[in-house]
Design a protein around this ligand. Structure first.
Ligand code: WT7
Length: 657
């Protein structure tokens, strides 16, 4: 963004829709000079500002190599290790400072200092080595929010073994699919964990996942309590027992090329098969650290709490890698925010004097619904609040600002994706006024555009496809094992895919957005067949493939229904095979199939068994009509359907007369 433009934007910020950060915030912020945008506009050199936040074993020779688009390279020739950057380099200054502050749902608590983290990560790295894990082996981690999770991730990073963390709520089949796709021969898991006061048996999922993959993976099992888990299969290794053999071991960190992968993170797309987004070591870590500093305003002395799960990208970038690279204290908590009581989040915030708090619109809407009385008895004082994952309505934004931020904290609404590694659109908090409902301006160095379906740039403030026209270091390298799919999914639509010039390549986000006259972006949500349930991304095709696994089901279509609290929820429409009568047992089987294939978090809100699905004359299922029905909208024109009576029949079934 040119500086003239910055000035015009500033000049317009007088509208009453805007809220200005308080002077006390601005006075202490990490970035207070608008010229940061000019520096990053010097592409690609600007991004070295983020890379310089890290310790490099070998300096890079070239900042950016765009010669083989869309396989861009960043900080080429540089060498570094992520665990060194997140741990070792802090030891001189903050050996005894808490790195990870963990709260178990059962009241257990651990302060893991940088010194402790160094010891535990080394021991785990040594254990991984001892069972034969080598550089570039992909390690699947299926762990909940316990210290074992970041410790295992950082141990993998130390020995150069990319991790693939699968959110603990995912089913055994989802774990098996991801292990198979990544040829991963080690699964790191746990016996169980707490959620809403219940000790969940995680080992059952482990056993089923191991039975489902064809190869015989090694299995490392942590126990949630220090004593060895009972009932482990003989071939599994109990981590804590085995760690006793590795006390005080030190593992020389493996230096990685900047372009070597740090991790895979699978995410849902428009087909049934999740994509392994592959993130590089140097560019990713630089981008995560840079945005943690500039956007989240993290300083080493802060206590920072991102209440997401490390099993998703938010937790990777903004609980583990970004905050620890900056040497701060990062809070993590096991369990559900309503257990043991609906004020627990604020109790934790008070107990640890949290400065910066990070959550999702779904959580904010939930807190709103629970009511302000749950806040009243706690003294918390945030300087900075983040929201991420879904569009936030001004009403929820204002509530967050007033009741959680006490009208003094800044709020940043951060738009980004699993694929982008870090924030792409959000305000640098001390530089711009806040505007509820708008994610804000592009991050330094990021060049978004809104284009119509033909790829033409939309000038006025009309909705269109949100694309990014210039590469950035945090972007995914590829879809693991499938370069074609990478090109097809993210580039083909608006790029000249025969061109060797990186400027002819445009990244497609899959989201719709509006660029408002002040330059702020309002994100409207997914334009493809991906829904956003409580901030979790779920592909309709994945749900549909799970539903048709039920033998009685002939065909299925899944739609997103707008939901007050969760943003969207899935509705399942299914037709049954000839001669089969609909009954509740089949509905239950459909729900069970989704839980088995994906996980309980993807459970549909309604299952509607229908005689027939609405189809065009050529036999294509008209999901759009079903979506209208799910959302109580009027049905559009149905005359071109094979059987025009079908949608009205379903409408009556769902909405009543
Ligand atoms: C999708 C990405 C990386 C954040 C966690 C989710 C939606 C994300 C916002 C926001 C409106 C948002 C988009 C995006 N999204 N942030 N601030 N405002 N929508 O990561 O699972 O990869 O999902 O979440 O639709 O494409 P994800």
């Amino acid at each position: 963004m040119a500086s003239e433009e910055s000035v015009t934007i500033e000049a317009r910020l007088s509208d009453r829709d805007y809220l200005r950060p308080i002077p006390a915030f601005i006075g202490q912020a990490n970035v207070t000079d608008h010229r940061v945008y000019d520096r990053f506009d010097d592409f690609p050199e600007g991004f070295t500002e983020y890379a310089e936040l890290l310790d490099w074993e070998d300096h890079w020779d070239e900042v950016f190599d765009g010669s083989d688009p869309p396989f861009f390279k960043w900080f080429v020739g540089g060498q570094l290790n992520a665990s060194v950057n997140c741990i070792d380099r802090h030891l001189d200054d903050r050996q005894n400072q808490t790195a990870l502050l963990w709260e178990g749902e059962d009241g257990d608590q651990r302060n893991i200092t940088y010194g402790d983290l160094h010891r535990e990560v080394n021991e785990m790295a040594s254990l991984l080595r001892s069972i034969g894990i080598e550089e570039d082996d992909i390690v699947t981690i299926h762990l909940p929010m316990v210290p074992a999770l970041p410790i295992t991730m950082l141990a993998c990073a130390r020995i150069g073994a990319p991790h693939s963390v699968v959110f603990a709520g995912f089913s055994a089949s989802a774990v098996a699919d991801r292990m198979r796709d990544a040829d991963s021969e080690l699964l790191v898991t746990i016996d169980g964990y707490y959620r809403r006061g219940e000790f969940l048996d995680h080992l059952a999922k482990t056993n089923a996942a191991v039975d489902e993959v064809e190869h015989d993976p090694d299995v490392l099992v942590w126990s949630r309590h220090d004593e060895p888990a009972t009932s482990l299969r003989r071939e599994y290794t109990h981590v804590q027992t085995k760690l006793a053999d590795h006390r005080r071991d030190r593992v020389e960190p493996v230096m990685r090329d900047a372009e070597d992968p740090l991790f895979l993170m699978y995410t849902s797309g428009t087909t049934g098969k999740p994509k392994g987004c592959q993130h590089r070591t140097g560019g990713y870590l630089a981008y995560a650290a840079g945005t943690s500093k500039y956007v989240l305003d993290i300083k080493p002395g802060d206590t920072y709490w991102c209440a997401a799960d490390i099993g998703w990208i938010t937790g990777h970038s903004y609980i583990v890698y970004g905050p620890l690279a900056l040497g701060t204290t990062s809070v993590m908590r096991e369990g559900s925010p309503d257990h043991p009581h609906q004020g627990i989040v604020w109790e934790v915030a008070e107990r640890h004097a949290v400065d910066i708090f990070h959550t999702s619109p779904t959580a904010i809407r939930m807190f709103m619904k629970w009511g302000e009385e749950h806040l009243e008895s706690y003294e918390f004082d945030f300087r900075h609040l983040t929201t991420v994952g879904e569009p936030i309505q001004p009403e929820a934004w204002n509530w967050y600002y007033e009741h959680i931020g006490h009208g003094t904290a800044v709020i940043v609404d951060t738009w980004w994706q699993t694929e982008t590694g870090g924030h792409l659109i959000t305000n640098l908090p001390a530089l711009w006024d806040m505007k509820p409902g708008s994610a804000g301006l592009p991050c330094p160095g990021i060049e978004p555009a809104i284009v119509d379906d033909a790829g033409q740039s939309i000038e006025g403030d009309e909705a269109g496809n949100l694309v990014i026209t210039r590469p950035w270091p945090g972007m995914l390298q590829t879809v693991y094992g499938d370069d074609e799919r990478f090109i097809e999914t993210y580039w083909a639509r608006f790029s000249d895919i025969d061109s060797d010039d990186w400027q002819d390549w445009t990244y497609v986000s899959g989201d719709g957005a509006i660029k408002e006259p002040d330059g702020y972006y309002r994100i409207l949500g997914r334009l493809d067949d991906v829904m956003n349930v409580a901030g979790h991304r779920i592909g309709t095709m994945e749900l549909e493939s799970a539903v048709v696994e039920v033998p009685e089901v002939a065909e299925a279509a899944v739609t997103a229904r707008v939901h007050e609290e969760k943003g969207q929820v899935p509705d399942v429409y299914a037709s049954l095979r000839d001669g089969i009568e609909p009954d509740d047992g089949i509905k239950a089987d459909i729900i069970a199939a989704i839980e088995a294939e994906i996980g309980a978090f993807a459970r549909p809100s309604r299952v509607i068994l229908v005689d027939d699905l609405p189809k065009t004359r050529s036999g294509k299922i008209m999901r759009r009509l079903l979506e209208d029905i799910s959302n109580d909208r009027d049905l559009g024109d149905t005359t071109t359907l094979r059987d025009p009576a079908v949608p009205e029949q379903i409408r009556r079934q769902v909405q009543g007369a």
